[in-house]
Design a protein around this ligand. Structure first.
Ligand code: CAA
Length: 379
């Protein structure tokens, strides 16, 4: 067993960390407040190879492994969790799906621009009536010659209003239940696909989550991903990998909140001493550091299992479950250590606190992660 990071992984961490500190940190709070889409930062992330970290170089990616991908999402989220999810959706929910299930034409025409940052991807499974019960799809896709006609409404489409390609799930045969779901690669620039609204959210506000509508949207059949009826399996396979990304995002949020609390506790004086010298504060910081380390190890182990082509369904769900609950716990404690200042937008911990919550919800709630883990244990 080797716990030492490779030189390449360490170099990658330093590169992403210093980029995020220099380019993203100064504007993170203001972008969050204004719900401002970070167009220039997304462009820079593409140029740095952060939008297709684990995609082979022949398809425009950086050709690295999934541990590298986890490090990238962690370091982005340590500074700005909105950047973490924008990159995570493109990397693991769209590029990975195309890599696994795409035809050569789809890889050349769609994956390559997405992985190299020349285009942006979004993933569209959730609907007003299909959240945890992802199979309850109402959006329909009806074959019409060499096209499909798509109608329906999709919710919580991260990156939706800026995406070029959306990996969309729709019902092609409702009688077959989850086996009647098919995956498609939507061209958002074609008529019939529109953004209904951008959600006003508690956190990750600089990343946009949209409700989107399809009104007799005509999609050429070559843009179907996989076979008809394979869509639910494709969505689940993609989410297994995506959950490693959200676990990494949660580790990054927790790390950012912890570092802010540690720095504050060293300089804030009460009762004539820095508050870190009070055992209650010191012990809290000790618990934060310990839980973050455990969450990071679970996340890297899930990524490592994926890299080794071992089964990683339970490992990814365990990492996502534990890391997201760690992020929420650590961010709550970080606010507490800051006292009233933690409740103010003058300090970064209130943003980490708001951002942490979503990691317990999207890409499968904590309850769904427990369900997935329990089912894997029972196998
Ligand atoms: N990996 C691979 N295949 C899986 C799977 C997994 N983790 N889970 C289920 N499957 C397969 C099953 O093997 C089964 O296959 P067959 O058709 O061959 O039998 C099929 O899928 C149906 O499985 P179930 O009967 O277990 O399905 P279910 O409906 O009882 O439960 C669920 C499935 C686990 C609850 C699933 O619906 C789920 O994961 N729900 C959560 C949805 C989710 O994570 N949404 C996130 C939205 S995307 C998002 O958040 C993006 C963003 O903004 C960042």
């Amino acid at each position: 067993m080797d716990f030492a990071p490779t030189k390449d992984h360490e170099l990658l961490r330093e590169t992403v960390r210093s980029w995020a500190e220099k380019e993203a940190r100064p504007t993170a709070a203001a972008r969050d407040e204004a719900m401002e889409w970070p167009a220039d930062l997304v462009r820079q992330m593409g140029e740095l190879g952060l939008m297709g970290v684990a995609v082979p170089e022949e398809y425009g990616g950086a050709g690295l492994d999934y541990i590298a991908y986890a490090i990238v999402i962690e370091e982005l989220s340590r500074v700005d969790a909105s950047l973490g999810v924008i990159a995570s959706v493109n990397n693991s929910l769209v590029c990975y799906g195309l890599q696994q299930f795409g035809t050569e034409q789809q890889k050349r025409e769609l994956l390559t621009p997405l992985a190299s940052g020349r285009a942006l991807g979004a993933f569209s499974l959730s609907e007003p009536g299909a959240g945890s019960d992802a199979a309850a799809q109402r959006t329909t896709a009806v074959r019409d010659g060499d096209h499909y006609i798509i109608n329906g409404v999709k919710n919580w489409v991260t990156n939706g209003d800026h995406a070029d390609t959306i990996l969309l799930m729709a019902m092609t045969d409702p009688a077959k239940g989850h086996r009647g779901i098919t995956a498609f690669l939507v061209d958002t620039h074609a008529p019939g696909c529109s953004v209904v609204k951008v959600e006003h959210k508690l956190g990750i506000r600089s990343a946009h989550s949209c409700q989107m509508a399809y009104d007799n949207y005509r999609l050429p059949a070559w843009r179907r991903l996989g076979e008809e009826g394979q869509g639910f399996k494709i969505a689940m396979t993609i989410l297994n990998a995506g959950r490693i990304g959200i676990a990494a995002q949660a580790v990054g949020i927790a790390q950012g909140a912890y570092e802010a609390a540690l720095a504050y506790a060293k300089v804030r004086e009460q009762f004539s001493q820095p508050i870190i010298e009070f055992q209650a504060v010191g012990f809290t910081l000790a618990d934060m550091a310990t839980r973050i380390k455990a969450a990071r190890l679970l996340t890297y182990e899930a990524a490592w299992r994926k890299d080794q082509q071992l089964d990683y369904i339970a490992a990814a769900s365990m990492a996502k479950l534990f890391a997201s609950e760690t992020a929420m716990w650590v961010a709550t404690k970080a606010v507490q250590i800051h006292g009233s200042n933690g409740y103010s937008k003058e300090y970064p911990v209130e943003r980490f606190f708001r951002d942490a919550k979503i990691t317990e919800i999207y890409e499968g709630t904590s309850e769904i992660q427990r369900l997935v883990i329990a089912r894997e244990l029972a196998k």
